[in-house]
Design a protein around this ligand. Structure first.
Ligand code: ATP
Ligand code: MG
Length: 593
């Protein structure tokens, strides 16, 4: 039994100054966690119990699916990560350490390499496969923006699984098995989630889906189609490209003097305001313009390269989509010094005329998939104050390729056939499953013998759940104005018994008896037996801590003919008076249903 009189916990009236999101504020205020470092948290007793509940559910569902638990160190040697290329690919995102003999180590951001090596160590035949292993382990990532408490830590707990199969069908089956286990596990965790198509990022590989909890403070944006079951992280949205248009008969491109039009808005106003530049039938819009944005790409090996991106002028470049498209390289804005080093770029008037590896700037030029051959654009003419009208893709310029970097907008047509408008929402990535393929097995030389004794390279899947992040996501999805509000399986206790009577009154003894009986029946009890604390403070703390059932042993006890206690449902706020004699049975029933 947890007793508030001696529990290592202090609830706080005020929000911590550094907490940006409600779950972080409440987990600190209710005494679950304390900040230890930027992106690092210490767990207090009720926080750790809650964490262990999440971890237990994750473990039970992994075991039920037949996956076997192992455990790796978090301190990992350099060599395997060198072999896979990730020692450099991870760049600044990984914590690196050096031992007393000057050997390099890293604090594990994820464990693909180690699992691959472990299987290589022990297995040698196709008969040993399929195999799925997992661990629940602390990961370290030097996140650029540690924020939102446990939602994005620099040290956090992940459940990571890896599957090993001999062929594609096997991988598909292992992937499905993990997907189904994740569905069961997130259903049990009691938080809403959406399964969306995803990019596999730095892990490499192909088929990939994310489990997102739709929460406004989430950093991921996803789209859902009204007309079909398409759902995708915006990073993974593939823009439907229109068919190419024949350019016979299109008028030649003409350069015009368009002074003081460095932005799309000023340009559109200008061309609409000048009769000789007007569109023959309608007003020009930003969608008629081609905006060219130059970025600097920093590669993991430290080299840099400029990249020009052409998008329809009514859309911005979405940095997260761009980052996903160019990973492991990292994009950053072009600086003044970069412009100085590329004098063919006329800032504010950059056009395809100088872009592309065969042109004056020599800068690689990738365009939005909507910029298909035969589309005609108003765009920069590469000298200050000048634009060109009617520049036709495929006729007047040849990009080096396409890139998915333009923002996705609510109402965009669904790429998956139906064409119905897309809905947009924010979410937190709580799980990620993907088919890695043979990247790691090849890099680390994992082979097994097939039926005819020939060596074959297994194909792998990798599957993660953010255990500590899930706890915060559950808090976020369930909290209310008064505090945390846990699903029963997650909560640190089933019943929060509040003693609300005068010191020396009958309430204390009755509450002690009730708590002991509940405990004996296997109900987890948190008893507020503190001395000298007002009922008001006790009620507020009970709401804040968020145990699903609150039992108040108070005034009702004074009724000599029918002494009662009050049972309150933390979520609905519903209250019922229950005769003291039936209280234990009533609460046991409540906790079981
Ligand atoms: P994100 O895009 O949020 O940075 P990720 O795609 O880099 O996450 P994965 O490599 O797919 O993360 O890791 C598997 C799971 O680990 C994620 O789905 C997420 O739940 C969790 N996770 C990742 N980074 C963090 C973090 N900094 N803090 C807490 N949990 C995390
Ligand atoms: Mg991910």
């Amino acid at each position: 039994m947890l007793r508030l009189s001696n529990l290592f916990l202090r609830t706080l009236r005020d929000d911590p100054a550094d907490a940006e999101v409600p779950s972080h504020r409440l987990l600190v205020r209710a005494g679950y966690i304390r900040r230890a470092a930027p992106g690092g948290f210490s767990w207090l007793p009720i926080g750790w119990l809650t964490f262990q509940n999440v971890e237990r559910i994750v473990r039970e569902e992994m075991n039920a699916a037949g996956f076997q638990e192992v455990h790796f160190p978090a301190l990992l040697p350099r060599e395997p990560y060198e072999a896979s290329g990730r020692w450099t690919e991870y760049g600044d995102n990984v914590f690196r350490v050096v031992d007393r003999r000057d050997a390099d180590f890293m604090l594990a951001p994820t464990h693909e390499e180690m699992f691959t090596l472990l299987v290589k160590d022990l297995y040698s035949s196709y008969k040993d496969l399929p195999l799925s292993l997992y661990q629940i382990q602390t990961k370290f990532r030097d996140e650029a923006r540690p924020r939102a408490g446990l939602l994005r830590g620099r040290e956090f707990v992940m459940k990571d699984s890896y599957s090993f199969d001999i062929d594609e069908e096997g991988l598909q089956r292992s992937y499905e098995a993990h997907r189904n286990a994740y569905i069961r596990l997130f259903d049990r965790l009691g938080l809403p989630y959406v399964i969306v198509s995803a990019m596999s990022g730095a892990m490499g590989g192909s088929a990939s889906e994310e489990f997102l909890a739709p929460i406004d403070v989430g950093e991921d944006t996803f789209v859902r189609c009204d007309g079909c079951d398409y759902a995708a992280n915006v990073e993974a949205v593939v823009t439907p490209a229109p068919d190419p248009i024949p350019f016979d008969g299109l008028p030649p491109a003409v350069v015009h003097d368009t002074p003081d039009t460095p932005t799309i808005a000023t340009l559109v106003d200008f061309v609409n305001a000048h009769p000789e530049l007007r569109h023959p039938e309608r007003d020009w819009t930003a969608a008629d313009t081609l905006k060219n944005v130059v970025m600097m790409l920093r590669h993991p090996d430290g080299t840099s390269e400029p990249l020009a991106i052409g998008v329809p002028g009514d859309r911005d470049v979405d940095m997260k989509r761009l980052e996903a498209a160019v990973t492991p390289a990292e994009p950053s804005p072009f600086e003044e010094a970069d412009f100085a080093a590329h004098p063919s770029l006329a800032k504010g008037y950059i056009g395809p005329g100088v872009l592309g590896t065969n042109n004056a700037s020599g800068i690689r030029y990738l365009v939005d998939p909507r910029v298909v051959s035969g589309t005609s654009w108003i765009t920069g003419a590469d000298t200050a104050g000048n634009h060109v009208i009617g520049l036709v893709a495929g006729r007047d310029f040849q990009p080096d390729g396409t890139i998915e970097a333009a923002e996705v907008r609510e109402g965009d047509p669904c790429p998956d056939g139906s064409g119905a408008p897309l809905q947009m929402a924010r979410g937190v990535e709580i799980g990620h499953i993907f088919q890695l393929g043979r990247k790691y097995a090849e890099a680390l030389d994992l082979t097994v013998q097939d039926e005819s004794g020939r060596p074959v390279t297994p194909t792998m899947g990798s599957y993660g759940v953010g255990v500590s992040r899930c706890l915060a996501a559950i808090a976020e999805a369930t909290l209310d104005d008064d505090g945390l509000c846990w699903p029963r399986e997650i909560a640190p206790a089933d019943v929060h018994v509040v003693i609300a009577g005068k010191e020396g009154g009958p309430q204390r003894a009755a509450a002690e008896t009730l708590a002991a009986e509940l405990e004996a029946a296997g109900v987890r009890v948190l008893l507020d037996d503190r001395a000298g604390v007002s009922p008001g403070v006790r009620f507020k703390d009970a709401e804040l801590i968020g145990v699903p059932t609150i039992a108040i042993v108070g005034r009702g006890l004074a009724d000599e003919t029918n002494p009662t206690i009050e049972v309150k449902d933390r979520r609905s706020g519903d209250r019922v008076d229950v005769p003291l004699a039936e209280a234990t049975a009533h609460l046991i029933e409540t906790c079981r249903s």
